[in-house]
Design a protein around this ligand. Structure first.
Ligand code: ADP
Ligand code: MG
Length: 299
């Protein structure tokens, strides 16, 4: 998934802890092989290759992940959209882009971004991208999904306390080594080694979007690596979004969605969702929280 995972298990028996960690790693690799759009062997790559040509029959697991992704597109009014991936030739965030792409190129590529053109046939478990050149990618939901599945493997092996951290998408359960609730620090987007705020996590996820190294600057404007599917342009105005809720997959997808929706609409959405909170850092370093967010400034 192109990112670093950290897995921790807390157990008096080191063998049980190691078995848990190894099972989590195997699970993450298994999921990577299913959802990676870089690996030509994955079912996801097969779906992309057959875009506009024919439906592809996939595992139940992948089918359901796509169904949930489409569901999130619906509740975010298209701000979250796994078909954003058709834009990955236009926008590159690896430092190789030296000028703004021209508006025609953007318009053309973004015309292939539309979750409503993903055709799902549950009976046959088939996925069809209706137009040639369409592509799906799980960059904004895959890490959260993998973290959840890794946790489930560990719990099945009896790990009662643990943390899976998928490059800032974190899920924690149980107690820490001092038998206290696990505390998670939210990093300051300006100084990654500094903590902006602490959150106590009781069986839940804290997921942060905003990979500070992945953005481009044109004419003094900072464009994040998250694309607004409705315009084809990267989002501006927000540096990071953290979502706190029990489900890391949903948290992952919603953190990306709030980036696209912007502060006002993003908060409006989050404040309507029960058990979901968020913390936004704007380009001006303003901290904005959802209605019921409780922050803790001490470690
Ligand atoms: P981070 O990589 O900072 O954790 P996200 O979880 O928000 O951030 O994932 C960002 C990635 O999601 C992008 O690199 C890209 O692969 C993908 N993506 C970009 N825009 C969208 C979008 N509007 N909907 C769904 N996925 C997107
Ligand atoms: Mg995300």
């Amino acid at each position: 998934m192109g990112s670093r995972f950290e897995v921790s298990a807390i157990d008096p028996d080191p063998k049980i802890a190691w078995d848990g960690i190894n099972a989590a790693i195997a699970e993450i690799i298994r999921i990577e092989n299913l959802i990676s759009s870089w690996n030509p062997e994955s079912q996801t790559s097969e779906i992309n290759r057959k875009a506009g040509i024919m439906p592809v029959s996939v595992d139940q697991e992948l089918f359901e992940l796509i169904q949930r992704a489409v569901q999130i597109s619906k509740i975010t009014d298209g701000a979250f959209d796994i078909t954003y991936a058709s834009m990955d030739k236009v926008w590159k965030f690896d430092g190789s882009m030296i000028s703004m792409p021209d508006s025609n190129t953007v318009r053309q590529a973004s015309s292939r971004t539309d979750y409503r053109k993903i055709q799902l046939d549950p009976g046959r478990r088939e996925v069809f991208l209706k137009e040639k050149g369409m592509k799906i990618g799980f960059g904004a939901i895959g890490k959260g999904y993998a973290a959840q599945k890794a946790k489930e493997k560990m719990i099945a092996l009896g790990i009662k306390n643990g943390v899976v951290n998928a490059a800032g998408d974190l899920i924690a359960w149980g107690r820490d080594i001092d038998n206290k609730k696990i505390k998670v620090g939210i990093a300051d987007p300006e100084h990654k080694d500094r903590i902006l705020s602490w959150l106590t996590v009781d069986n839940g996820a804290v997921v942060t979007s905003g990979d500070y190294e992945r953005f481009v600057m044109f004419n003094g404007v900072r464009y994040a690596h998250i694309i607004d599917p409705r315009t084809g342009y990267p989002t501006t105005g927000i540096k990071s979004v953290s979502i706190i809720c029990s489900n890391p997959e949903l948290a992952d997808a919603l953190s990306t969605s709030v980036f696209v929706l912007g502060v006002k609409q993003g908060l409006y959405l989050i404040n309507q969702l029960d058990g979901v909170e968020c913390l936004i850092v704007t380009d001006e370093n303003e901290l904005i929280g959802s209605n019921r967010l409780e922050l803790n400034n001490k470690s």
